[in-house]
Design a protein around this ligand. Sequence first.
Ligand code: MN
Length: 440
Amino acid sequence: MRSFIEAEKAIPGNFLEFEDEVSPTYEAPALMKDHDGGPVVMFRKVSGSEFAVAGGLCGNRDRIFRAIGTDREGYYKSLIDAVNRPIPPKIVEEGPVNEVREKPDLDKLPAFLHYEKDAGRYITAGLVIARGTDGKFQNASMHRLLVLGKDRLAIRIVPRHLYALHEEAKKRGEDLQVAIAIGLHPAVLVGANAGPKFGVDELGVGNALLGGRLEVVKCKHVSVTVPAEAEIVLEGVIKCDEEVPEGPFVDLTGTYDIVRKQPVVEVVSMMRRKGAIFQSILPGGAEHKLLMGLPKEARMYDAISRAVPEVRGVRLTLGGSCWFHAVVSIKKQSEGDGKNALMAAFGSNPSVKHVVVVDEDIDVDNMEEVEWAIATRVQGDGDIIIVKGARGSTLDPSSDQVRYLTSKVGIDATIPWDKPREKFERARIPPRDRQGRTKG
Ligand code: MN
């Protein structure tokens, strides 16, 4: 993470440092929100803690692309390749994370209280690493962690891989050993969210995105490996026999998630770098949305490419929380491609609710252009499909919250094949030469 921050500092406008002391209660999160989607934000002094805080590392697409060595055309393939061909990180004896070992005191970590109705101070950039039941693989996933005391956290575990490991351990009456790594290279976080299948170490996906540069060290108290350059690692267990109320907490929708009974993590040891930098992700901020959404875009690109001849871009838009709204641009080759792209988009991502398909002349990153396409290329009686009663996202407060059923709306905003294309093309001013004279 440090080397990445240094590299970002060298790019004008990509780094913002606050030297003065800030409060972890609302003040620091408010500053992160002010600069959401912009620079890496560094708080040098946070009240009540000796650690500096870095935020916004994955705050915009371009920064994420720099972190994984790709660009807006190439990232779909980078992510899919990394998921399909993870590279096991190299195990080294010692790394910077081994510099200091001490008794944990979570009250002294600069975990922020973000929003007015939040349950408490949350660690938001913790990568939770656990070993599979057969001992052969490890799993790494990001979870929000509510600070309960000096050595206790509540962990929100949605029913996925870590959930399965914890359930297995519970059946045996055992606590699940975990390490929680904080302060990581963005590629490691992107890899952790890339969604490889169960049994694949997400650190290997991050390593593939880093071109094989990731090194890991063994933990002392738990049988997992963690990135050697992590800033802070907490070692402990997820208890098999204790649950506490967790939440409210702001999800990527920017609305509050409900209170649920969730497991407790007991922390037994902490290792860290000297002068460790704590990492923070603003809940509901651009970074939160992009980390969740980007891997889904890659999978959608892959699936839609099987349904229509040429996909130019897939975006889960920030306005749609990088979760509900997709814009897909295609190079249409026959009437009906737009509709097929819509169906493939819905089929490849159950969380998506509204999809707009546009032609290749529309920039999927420019919502004004997308709206212009809807304005000039759509007739509501033929270009909109509505599917009632489909499975939707649990995060959508407008859906049927008992069965999570939702209506899907697809808008085919491509140029109709049977009409003259020039009627839909954007007028342009001819280019001028150096003297300002119009050419040709
Ligand atoms: Mn996994």
